[in-house]
Design a protein around this ligand. Structure first.
Ligand SMILES: Nc1nc2c(ncn2[C@@H]2O[C@H](COP(=O)(O)OP(=O)(O)OP(=O)(O)O)[C@@H](O)[C@H]2O)c(=O)[nH]1
Ligand SMILES: [Mg+2]
Length: 228
């Protein structure tokens, strides 16, 4: 019998930023064609003795109403934007941040700039061979800089009323990734998993009723099948 998840991780962000691709890369170790997500989907990840559910949400406006339900009791929210699209960062604050009101009080936030392979910013994001084959003329300009993401992270902490001294350091919680070539993808998920383990331990010590609520999961699944 499957054990119920010990905690919940939710990916949020505008359509087309690469949420589904990041999850495929992490869970299936590959980059493949995606279709724009309808409603949401979840994966289960075994992390040491713990079961973590990872929820992929739809960025499309029409599914916006589901967002706060997906975030309910979440321990980690991964806010994802596209480094070549400033508007996708702006949307995180304007459209997605208030959906996280339903997350756990001690929820950890990560801000993730995906598609770094499309920019010249990070030579490490591709191999020499790839760079030679492609040539550098086709690279896009990076529109969102690390400092923009760090500033957003700090505003998120303010919004959540988390004292900066108690929050994980901004530079540790802002990542730049490529679902396409895998750059920083494992680092992202492994960092947040390691960070929430103390929270799992604390929740377990507080008794089973304080862990992920089954009734709530049931609710989410019903909603999911309803809209697919
Ligand atoms: N170059 C590049 N393309 C990417 C990367 N990640 C995703 N893409 C492409 O961007 C498009 C959107 O990716 P998805 O993963 O479907 O985006 P999403 O955030 O799940 O979108 P919604 O489900 O509509 O919210 C697809 O064409 C992907 O192939 C990346 O790291 N680099
Ligand atoms: Mg998707």
């Amino acid at each position: 019998m499957m054990k119920k998840p010990d905690l919940k991780v939710v990916l949020l962000g505008d359509m087309n930023v690469g949420k589904t691709s990041l999850l495929h890369r992490y869970m299936e170790r590959r980059f493949q064609d995606t279709v724009s997500t309808v409603g949401g989907a979840f994966y289960l990840k075994q992390w040491g003795p713990y079961n973590i559910s990872i929820w992929d949400t739809a960025g499309r406006e029409q599914f916006h109403g589901l967002g706060s339900m997906y975030c309910r009791s979440a321990s980690v929210i991964i806010l994802t934007y596209d480094v070549c699209n400033m508007q996708s960062l702006v949307e995180l604050e304007d459209r997605f941040l208030d959906l996280t009101d339903t997350a756990s009080d001690d929820c950890i936030f990560a801000v993730v700039g995906n598609k770094i392979d499309l920019t010249d910013d990070l030579e490490a994001a591709e191999s020499d061979g790839e760079r030679l084959r492609r040539g550098s003329a086709t690279k896009l300009r990076k529109q969102v800089h690390t400092e923009d993401a760090i500033a957003l992270y700090k505003r998120i902490m303010k919004y959540r009323m988390v004292d900066e001294i108690h929050a994980p350091a901004a530079d540790k919680m802002c990542f730049e990734t490529s679902a396409k070539n895998g750059y920083n993808v494992d680092l992202l998920f492994e960092s947040v998993f390691n960070m929430v383990i103390p929270l799992i331990v604390k929740k377990k010590a507080n008794g089973p009723d304080d862990t992920v609520n089954l009734a709530q999961n049931h609710h989410v699944k019903k909603a999911k099948s309803g809209c697919c």
